[in-house]
Ligand binder design. Structure first.
Ligand SMILES: C[S@@+](CC[C@H](N)C(=O)[O-])C[C@H]1O[C@@H](n2cnc3c(N)ncnc32)[C@H](O)[C@@H]1O
Length: 252
């Protein structure tokens, strides 16, 4: 797998970041500094005119697909399959020997941890049609039907290079899913969360990432949300540290 060679220091992104320690807003130019030549990375996508409510936006799907092509991960984990838009399109970018594991709550099952009303709209009631069924990508996708609160590192045979967290968006689940992700991510791995910055509906994502970042547990986090790069994706590059000791997260 390819991997970024440097982080972006928050004050180099914007000097006004000195009083902030949550996910730092970055735009295309910053993303291309982290992942050189990402702007020359072309990807095939299979999408319709609309991705239904509950999925991600076209832009977010493109960014995830481009990152996947750039990284060339051997193992991807997605938490929250829904109808498989992202699973299918990320698997399209993978080599034949690579694998995408995607987890979803079993049909009709209620989550064990607190999961608020907005999330309940997306609990599966009947067997959903998965976009990748009948496609070649299905050979590279494994779906696990489980409540993520009931999973731990022992349930996975290998670690992951790229993890996309998009299951239940309650605080309890974002915390649970992030801890699960960190326990099964490679030492050098990329982790992304969806639906940051939408506190009216998905307060759990925003609050958890904000808090973890401020406490220095996940720092720095980058929010792909500056000028034209309007997404709700937050990026964490695990395993890279600033070489200069003064470049530490602000103390809470
Ligand atoms: C926002 S959708 C995922 C969208 C999908 N990642 C995409 O890009 O199209 C959230 C999914 O997480 C699933 N989910 C919710 N709570 C869960 C839990 N506790 N464990 C596993 N999956 C869960 C829901 O059933 C739903 O399908």
């Amino acid at each position: 797998m390819k991997y970024p060679s440097k982080l972006l220091y928050p004050l180099d992104i914007d000097p006004r970041n000195s009083e902030f320690a949550g996910p730092y807003e970055i735009g295309y130019e910053h993303l291309f500094q982290l992942f050189p030549n990402l702007d020359h990375q072309f990807v095939p996508l299979e999408v319709g005119a609309m991705i239904e409510n509950g999925g991600i936006s076209h832009l977010e799907l493109t960014i995830l697909a481009v990152l996947t092509r750039w990284l060339q991960p051997k193992r991807i984990l997605e938490i929250g399959t829904f109808h498989g838009w992202t699973s299918h399109n990320l698997a399209l970018q993978l080599d034949d020997d690579a694998q995408l594991v995607t987890i979803n709550l079993p049909d009709g099952q209620r989550p064990r941890l607190n999961s608020d009303a907005w999330n309940a709209r997306y609990f599966p009631v009947s067997e959903p049609q998965l976009l990748f069924e009948g496609h070649a990508t299905a050979n590279r996708i494994i779906q696990i039907k489980a409540d993520t609160a009931n999973l731990n590192a022992n349930d996975f045979s290998d670690k992951f290079d790229l993890i996309f967290i998009d299951g239940s968006h309650s605080f309890a689940y974002v915390e649970n899913d992030t801890q699960l992700a960190l326990s099964i991510a490679n030492e050098k791995a990329i982790i992304l969360w969806h639906d940051y910055g939408k506190p009216a509906h998905w307060a759990g994502v925003t609050e958890y990432l904000h808090r973890s970042s401020r406490e220095g547990k996940l720092w720095p986090l980058y929010w792909l949300h500056y000028t034209d790069l309007q997404t709700s994706l937050v990026l964490y590059i695990r395993g890279l540290k600033f070489s200069n000791i003064s470049m530490l997260p602000p103390q809470p």
